[in-house]
Design a protein around this ligand. Structure first.
Ligand code: ATP
Ligand code: MG
Length: 335
């Protein structure tokens, strides 16, 4: 996936160095010369940026990688896929090695990352369910390399069969968890970022039992609280029934529009009732998300200075804090 050409200031931001240091390194020959666009301005491809990152030695480190992060909310249309795609690209740009995992037959993560879902013969289904030979597909046979730091396990409509097929498997609730152990042993990723379907079924149960952290986007509308109660009840129930350490939860208020009373009131309510779980970042309503999705790109490509782009970048920064922190992230109290 050719995401785009990056300008020197963008590369400097991504690498966490000054623009001057970047240009100095080029002058001194520490890094290869950049390309020039049609106006003679320096530009860099994503592959070049990775080379530069290795030379100037600023690769981020995650404790106990890969951390498995599920963007999860059984409520539909709250922004899960959009957030997953944009976070995946942003974290990959920051130098994290990301495996995006599309667990929804709708294939929205796959599409938002520029891919045609129906073009893939192997998806998450083949990774989790053995074929006639009794073996599930190897990670290498399913993952797609989109950029050096961003790989994808795609999804398409064939995933509609996943729940039925999982049902017939031994240890059916733990198939994804076992697969994560293989991914962990392969040692290639810092973070696995899962886009979850809007349902509570065997696929979602597999996700909850495999992840360390749930990011729950919440659309700031009149129904937000019912969805959140259901989400917390479900996570606690899964912890009780399966005697499993339940994932930490970060709630991300989404679609905020200060002109609407309901947006302001629901955000206030979230702060009053769910404060320990709330992300500091509020994602504002921005039509650029929709436009980017329609073009099968992320907002960083189509509208890099939009408010949506700034908000996702800010959330990504918060996530980096959680992923690189030595201490455990906030846990969901079990009741
Ligand atoms: N902050 C935002 N502002 C405006 N539109 C948004 C925002 N976040 C997401 N959207 C739009 O809302 C729609 C639903 O988003 P998305 O598909 O990401 O939700 P979802 O939770 O993954 O849905 P599903 O439950 O069907 O999987 C999309 O058209 C997306 O472009
Ligand atoms: Mg979705």
């Amino acid at each position: 996936m050719d995401l785009k050409y990056y300008k020197p200031f963008e590369v400097a931001r991504m690498l966490g160095i000054s623009k001057e240091r970047l240009l100095d390194s080029e002058r001194q020959g520490t890094i290869a010369p950049s390309l020039r666009d049609e106006n003679g301005i320096r530009v860099y491809t994503v592959d070049q940026i990775e080379e530069i990152r290795d030379r100037v030695g600023l690769r981020p480190t995650v404790e106990n990688p890969p951390r498995v992060v599920a963007v999860f909310n059984m409520k539909g249309g709250v922004g899960k896929s959009t957030l997953t795609a944009n976070l995946a690209v942003n974290l990959a740009e920051r130098g994290f090695r990301i495996l995006g995992m599309d667990a929804d037959p709708q294939g929205h993560l796959t599409a938002s990352l520029g891919q045609e879902p129906s073009s893939f013969g192997a998806t998450l289904l083949q990774l989790l369910v053995p074929d006639r030979t009794g073996e599930a597909a190897a990670l290498d046979d399913v993952r797609q390399e989109l950029t050096p730091n961003l790989h994808l396990i795609p999804a398409n409509l064939s995933l509609c069969d996943l729940n039925l097929l999982l049902f017939q498997q031994p240890e059916r609730e733990y198939r994804l968890r076992r697969t994560m152990e293989q991914i962990r042993n392969a040692g290639s990723y810092d973070v696995v970022l899962i886009d979850s379907p809007p349902s509570y079924d065997l696929t979602s149960l597999n996700i909850l039992l495999a992840c360390d952290l749930v990011i729950a986007p919440v659309k700031l509308d009149g129904n937000s609280f019912y969805g959140l109660e259901y989400l917390f009840d479900t996570i606690r129930k899964v912890g009780r029934v399966y005697r499993y350490r339940i994932p930490a939860v970060v709630i991300v208020p989404n679609y905020y529009n200060g002109n609407f009373a309901v947006s302001r009131q629901v955000l206030k309510g979230l702060r009053a009732h769910y404060e320990p779980y709330l992300a500091r970042t509020v994602i504002r309503q921005d039509v650029n998300f929709d436009k980017a999705n329609a073009l099968r790109q992320t907002i960083f490509q189509t509208a890099p200075s939009s408010r949506g782009s700034k908000d996702v970048n800010s959330l990504s920064g918060e996530l980096v804090g959680l992923l690189t922190a030595r201490e455990e992230v906030r846990g969901t109290t079990q009741s």
